[in-house]
Write a protein that binds this ligand. Structure first.
Ligand code: NAP
Length: 282
């Protein structure tokens, strides 16, 4: 049976470090504050925000909320973001996506101050992640995968790692983070040929394709470490991208869904908030 790489202890470890940092910062008169930005009616964002507020409370971090109407213009939203950039009491900004269709995240992402960009969407941060600059902030989900691999001491150097999915929030930045750790990376996507064979050959397989349990036993082989980034909600139930029942009988180790990568991501956002505060005060 595979070892289950639970997210909870990883999140707890990150949480302990954050609490210590928050105590130090408060002694220096800094009260770490994250602001969330929600545009329009977005039930998923509202429930995610609730989780963030709860976790922020546990860490002693304030979470402020900005909500804007569905029909806000891009100019007004951009202005609001620029005001948050300038606000000295706000240390991190998290914009919930997707935005309404008339708002172009590919323009808006240029407006967020990279030094407050806790979820690594700013092109400056993306560039820093590609070039390996230490003060770059990666998207929280890609960093959450790194935290899990490191917490469980999974060796990366020289390992063949296949990532299924090439999005800017998971697949691509994660490939860079792993490359900087001297792994050999294969990024695959919906047009990849022979995905089953490629996946089977990997030492570490990371699934981030957003297809409920699409990765079955045909993609897996003994000895692998398997990370399931997928969150697929079907009739109120959460499923991963990997069929857990297949994987647990084949691979060496696997992250569960729920309770895996997703449970670490929120803590990583706060870790990034602390990183923002510390690098801005240098
Ligand atoms: P996305 O933007 O939709 O990207 C999905 C990627 O998977 C694309 O590159 C796509 O290829 C590829 N893909 C789709 N179907 C495929 C197939 N049948 N075979 C191979 N590749 C395929 O999704 P995302 O935002 O990266 O999210 C991926 C998953 O992670 C989702 O389930 C999402 O809910 C989850 N997620 C979890 C967290 C967390 O905290 N755990 C955070 C964010 C996202 P093309 O590029 O060719 O279209």
């Amino acid at each position: 049976m595979a070892k289950i790489l639970k997210g909870k202890p990883v999140a707890e470890k990150i949480g302990q470090d954050i609490k210590m940092e928050v105590e130090h910062l408060k002694k220096e008169g800094i009260s770490p504050t994250l602001v969330t930005v929600i545009v329009g009616k977005n039930e998923d964002a509202l429930s995610y925000r609730k989780m963030i507020e709860k976790k922020g409370g546990l860490f002693g971090i304030s979470v402020a909320n900005k909500e804007f109407p569905e029909d806000i213009t891009e100019d007004i939203l951009t202005n609001e973001i620029e005001n948050l950039n300038k606000d000295k009491d706000i240390h991190g900004i998290l914009i919930f996506q997707p935005l309404p269709r008339h708002l172009d995240i590919n323009r808006i992402k240029y407006k967020i101050d990279p030094r407050k960009d806790v979820d690594g969407i700013s092109p400056i941060n993306i560039s820093k992640i590609f070039s390996g600059e230490k003060d770059g902030i990666p998207p929280a989900t890609s960093q959450a995968v790194m935290e899990i691999l490191d917490f469980y001491d999974i060796p990366l150097l020289g390992q063949n790692i296949t990532i299924i999915g090439r999005s800017l929030v998971v697949g691509r930045p994660l490939a860079m983070l792993l490359l900087h750790r001297n792994a050999t990376i294969t990024i695959t996507h919906s047009k990849t040929k022979n995905l089953k064979e490629i996946s089977k050959k990997a030492d570490i397989l990371i699934a981030a394709l957003g297809r409920k349990e699409a990765i079955t036993k045909d993609y897996l082989s003994p000895g692998q470490v398997v990370i399931d980034v997928g969150i697929n909600v079907v009739e109120g139930k959460i499923y991963g991208d990997i069929r857990f029942e297949d994987a647990e009988n084949i691979v060496d180790a696997i992250t569960p869904v729920p309770g895996g990568v997703g449970s670490v991501t929120t803590s990583v956002l706060f870790k990034h908030l602390i990183k923002c505060i510390k690098s801005n005060s240098n």
